[in-house]
Ligand binder design. Structure first.
Ligand SMILES: Nc1ncnc2c1ncn2[C@@H]1O[C@H](COP(=O)(O)OP(=O)(O)O)[C@@H](O)[C@H]1O
Ligand SMILES: [Mg+2]
Length: 460
């Protein structure tokens, strides 16, 4: 089917069908690089897209190149809207403006205090002309122009204009969601949660990516990626999450992921390696180490629906990287005294991470709640002690508790320890509890958890 923007019937269809669903993705703008309904002082822009990461979020002479996009009703004559676009581009010092009513697409360029038309085509020709449009205002080519123009230093007198407020775009619900699973105490069920929740979400038809950020590599093991029993055959050390984090240029996620069949349908996993530990200091010294995962995840934004990040039981750099990149946080806890005391550290850690997120104009991480894990199935305990423990989390630590409870179940330990005999060799063959025993109580608990999580992240 040929895409025909001339069939857009009103302004909002021009916005959604032509700009959001077609032009922005075709031009390489991921959902983090454009904003809808941007307010700058008294000016209201329909769309503002950035060719480069904007940190901080300031438009000035040195700001990354950006494009204003204005959508009009198909019955509107674009000529009538040129003066306004001129006002926007010149007063905000934005170089490019796209104006469209669906039937016609125009691109203007700011030249000193005026704007000039430098591209025009009819809506129905947009697919034929898309490469040309990409060369003019695509994310990559604008980034390239920025690098060239920086060397011939044009200094503009335009005052700095801060974007005071912008509403999140309304296409949030289709966006890939990133969930970190974290507690700074070990053994509380983080890895078990990540692996089985991933399988449960995958079985609901979502495309899931799992990233192991713990040097203990338990998730890597639990997803069956460690198939060697002698380090001589270690095939993980040359391509794992450390490479993703260390290299700005190389090792995109899609090159490092491995298909894992611990779950059916299979799930993509970025493995971890014990080397993460000894490389932490070097990685810490790289300026971009805290941001690179955000960027590499953006590149796969249309490949996955949900990303789950498993973290180390510590307050180290890898945990920080996970909490900086994630949209949401689940805090598994056995609700025992040590885990509870650890929640104070977790809260302080979140506070520090949110401080950093603010600097990069990212909203604070949204806490989905403390997830009660490895909870004893003893009746008396469930009746008398458990409710008090759950209440403590809210009253003493001020954190919400998730509705789902993951009880201590033998099946959950067994499925992770499953082995396969090949000749006389024992090979680890772990599977998710849902693939181990679909009807088990434990499998059902993870299904309920998946439902709660998807609902809370707006994907149900
Ligand atoms: N709900 C549970 N029922 C039974 N065993 C569990 C449960 N959750 C975790 N375990 C076991 O407890 C140990 C620690 O769990 P794990 O998920 O690795 O914790 P963490 O990642 O927080 O260190 C593992 O051996 C795991 O199999
Ligand atoms: Mg773990």
């Amino acid at each position: 089917m040929v895409f025909n923007p001339e069939l857009c019937r009103n302004e909002s269809e021009v916005e959604s069908k032509l700009i959001v669903q077609y032009l922005l993705p075709e031009l390489g703008y991921t959902s983090d690089s454009w904003y809808q309904e941007v307010a700058v002082g008294s000016i209201r822009l329909d769309f503002l897209a950035f060719a480069a990461q904007v940190i901080p979020f300031v438009l000035d002479a040195n700001s990354p190149l950006s494009v204003v996009m204005e959508a009009k009703h198909p019955k509107q004559n674009l000529n009538n809207h040129v003066p306004r676009l001129r006002h926007y581009l010149t007063s905000l010092n934005v170089r490019y403006g796209l104006l469209t009513n669906g039937k016609e697409i125009r691109i203007y360029q700011k030249v000193q205090d005026d704007i000039q038309l430098f591209f025009q085509c009819s809506g129905k020709d947009v697919e034929i002309k898309i490469e040309q449009i990409k060369d003019l205002i695509g994310r990559n080519s604008l980034g390239e122009k920025q690098r060239i123009s920086q060397s011939d230093t044009q200094i503009s007198q335009t005052p700095q204009v801060n974007i005071k407020s912008f509403t999140q775009n309304s296409y949030e619900q289709n966006k890939m969601k990133i969930i970190a699973v974290y507690h700074n105490k070990g053994g509380v069920g983080k890895t078990t949660t990540v692996v089985n929740l991933a399988a449960a979400i995958r079985k609901k038809g979502k495309r899931v990516l799992l990233i192991d950020l713990d040097s203990q590599a338990n998730t890597t093991f639990a997803t069956g990626l460690i198939k060697f029993d002698d380090e001589e055959f270690d095939d993980i050390k040359d391509s794992n999450v450390l490479h993703v984090l260390q290299s700005e240029e190389f090792y995109p996620i899609l090159e490092v992921v491995r298909k894992s069949n611990f779950s059916n349908p299979e799930i993509d996993v970025v493995p971890a390696h014990i080397n993460l530990m000894k490389n932490e200091t070097d990685l810490n010294a790289l300026d971009y180490s805290r941001l690179i995962l955000i960027e590499k995840l953006e590149q796969v934004g249309d490949k996955y629906d949900v990303v789950l990040l498993d973290t180390p039981p510590s307050l180290n750099l890898y945990a920080r990287i996970a909490l900086i990149a994630a949209d949401y946080l689940i805090i598994p806890s056995d609700l025992k005294p040590f885990a509870n005391q650890g929640l104070i550290n977790v809260k302080e850690f979140i506070k520090a991470v949110n401080g950093f997120r603010k600097q990069i104009r990212k909203l604070p991480i949204e806490i989905l709640g403390v997830l009660a894990c490895k909870i004893s199935t003893n009746n008396q305990f469930i009746k008398h002690t458990l409710p008090k423990r759950i209440e403590t989390i809210t009253t003493r630590y001020g954190l919400d508790v998730m509705d789902t409870i993951i009880y201590e179940r033998d099946d959950l330990a067994k499925c992770a320890e499953k082995i396969q005999l090949i000749g006389n060799m024992e090979i680890a063959d772990p599977v998710s509890v849902l693939d181990f025993k679909r009807d088990s109580t434990s499998a059902q608990e993870f299904e309920v958890l998946a439902k709660e999580v998807l609902q809370k992240i707006g994907m149900a």
